[in-house]
Design a protein around this ligand. Structure first.
Ligand SMILES: Cc1cc2nc3c(=O)[nH]c(=O)nc-3n(C[C@H](O)[C@H](O)[C@H](O)COP(=O)(O)OP(=O)(O)OC[C@H]3O[C@@H](n4cnc5c(N)ncnc54)[C@H](O)[C@@H]3O)c2cc1C
Length: 386
């Protein structure tokens, strides 16, 4: 089996690497961790100007999803702020797949400049995994809609220009059949954003919709057809656009730390055989994660929707990431509990950061249990969970 990329994707990978070597600074990375907002419009714009965003939208332009995978894989491995960009490209992909000329004119070209952002408004306080049960209402009002409700975990809402908003338009039919998707400009009167800090220092938000008036032209897909739109979005979200190689930057930081002498004169961690074995295991996990992601990207490149393969890549990579950072935190002892800027922090605080960040990765974008259900039902043919 030949796992190598074709010539175009290989060239594209070199271009992205060269771009990151020139434009991604330690200040950009530090700023993202200090602000908790994993988005940098200047970097996004520079990517666009270098021609590297062009066609990164799934199904758009002449680039294919292998290049999309390469772009986000390189951003992730370099530790760059890419979450905001990934959501924007995902929404651009959904708009491209099911949107109207109005959506394309209003949004697509802007998103490709790197200066505009989207956020995802699916989850609610009582409905995360069970997103088909959401209760945020959109009610017809003349030739528009009025939206009322609350969303939870609307990451990037405070930076976003639009929210991809899942609403209930018909409460009297089975729950999957009464949903409608909208794109709503975030400056529409009636939208309130409240910050929610997380243990990983990443900011997310609760968002409130109080008599928000939305013109019908912002509706994405059919009335009561929101579940189908959701399916397109989820297929893009899991797998291809980052989130499946988080232990790559961790390994880089841990290896650099292990080369230094311990503060208590205990020598270098890199000379410990157990440490070396764990480094080797981490490198293997990183390689397997990359190949699982590449499989999802390849399916997308063949015109398929890699929802199942994306679930496989996400479960494997996020659970291994948690396990791996646990090893290194144990080996670092108390210094592995010290954060950025603390004197004596192991790996300059990266072990502490990754240990706080890793748990989140098995929750957002669909929990491990939900992804396992997906694999069990669609791959193993087991009975439906609900
Ligand atoms: C940092 C962060 C950022 C996020 N960003 C966004 C965002 O931008 N936009 C957005 O819309 N959402 C976002 N989310 C929400 C995320 O998608 C949900 O948290 C996730 O889907 C889980 O939903 P929940 O939190 O309501 O947990 P619940 O659904 O209440 O789940 C609780 C537990 O029960 C388990 N469980 C639930 N149902 C089943 C089942 N059928 N079978 C087996 N186990 C089950 C879950 O796996 C979990 O362990 C974010 C979440 C976090 C933590």
């Amino acid at each position: 089996m030949d796992f190598s990329l074709g010539p175009r994707a290989t060239r594209f990978r070199s271009e992205v690497k060269a771009f990151l070597a020139e434009h991604l600074t330690s200040e950009t990375i530090a700023r993202m961790h200090e602000s908790g907002t994993f988005n940098d419009r200047d970097l996004n714009e520079a990517l666009a100007l270098a021609g590297l965003l062009e066609g990164a939208v799934p199904g758009y332009g002449d680039r294919d999803p292998i290049e999309l995978y390469v772009l986000f894989n390189e951003l992730e491995k370099a530790g760059a702020p890419y979450d905001g960009l990934a959501v924007s490209m995902l929404v651009a992909g959904v708009v491209n797949a099911v949107g109207t000329d109005f959506h394309r004119t209003e949004m697509l070209d802007k998103l490709l400049t790197g200066r505009f952002n989207c956020c995802l408004g699916y989850s609610e306080p009582d409905h995360g995994s069970d997103v088909a049960s959401i209760t945020t209402r959109a009610v017809r009002d003349g030739d528009g809609w009025v939206v009322n409700g609350q969303k939870m975990w609307t990451t990037m809402a405070h930076e976003a220009d639009w929210v991809l908003l899942l609403t209930r338009t018909n409460p009297d039919v089975p729950r999957h059949h009464g949903l409608t998707m909208f794109v709503v400009p975030m400056d529409t009167p009636g939208i309130e954003i409240h910050p929610v800090p997380t243990m990983a220092s990443e900011r997310t938000n609760a968002t409130f919709y109080d008599d928000v008036r939305v013109a019908d032209e912002w509706r994405l897909g059919e009335v009561d057809g929101g579940w189908a739109v959701m399916g397109v979005a989820l297929a893009f979200e899991r797998g291809v656009m980052g989130g499946t190689n988080p232990a790559v930057p961790l390994l880089r930081h841990v290896r650099a730390w292990a080369e230094t002498d311990g503060s208590d004169g205990s020598g270098r961690m890199v000379d410990d055989p157990l440490f070396r074995e764990r480094v080797a295991r981490t490198a293997i996990v990183n390689q397997v994660s990359q190949l699982l992601t590449l499989r999802a990207a390849w399916i997308a490149a063949e015109g398929g929707l890699p929802g199942l393969e994306g679930s496989m890549a996400k479960v494997f990579a996020s659970e291994e990431y948690q396990r791996i950072v646990g090893w290194f935190q144990q080996m670092a002892g108390a210094e592995g509990l010290l954060g950025f800027h603390a004197d004596g922090a192991a790996a300059d605080g990266w072990i502490d950061y990754d240990a706080r960040h890793a748990p989140v990765t098995t929750i957002y974008g669909g929990t491990s249990e939900i992804n396992r259900n997906n694999i069990a039902e669609r791959h193993l043919g087991l009975p439906r969970n609900r």
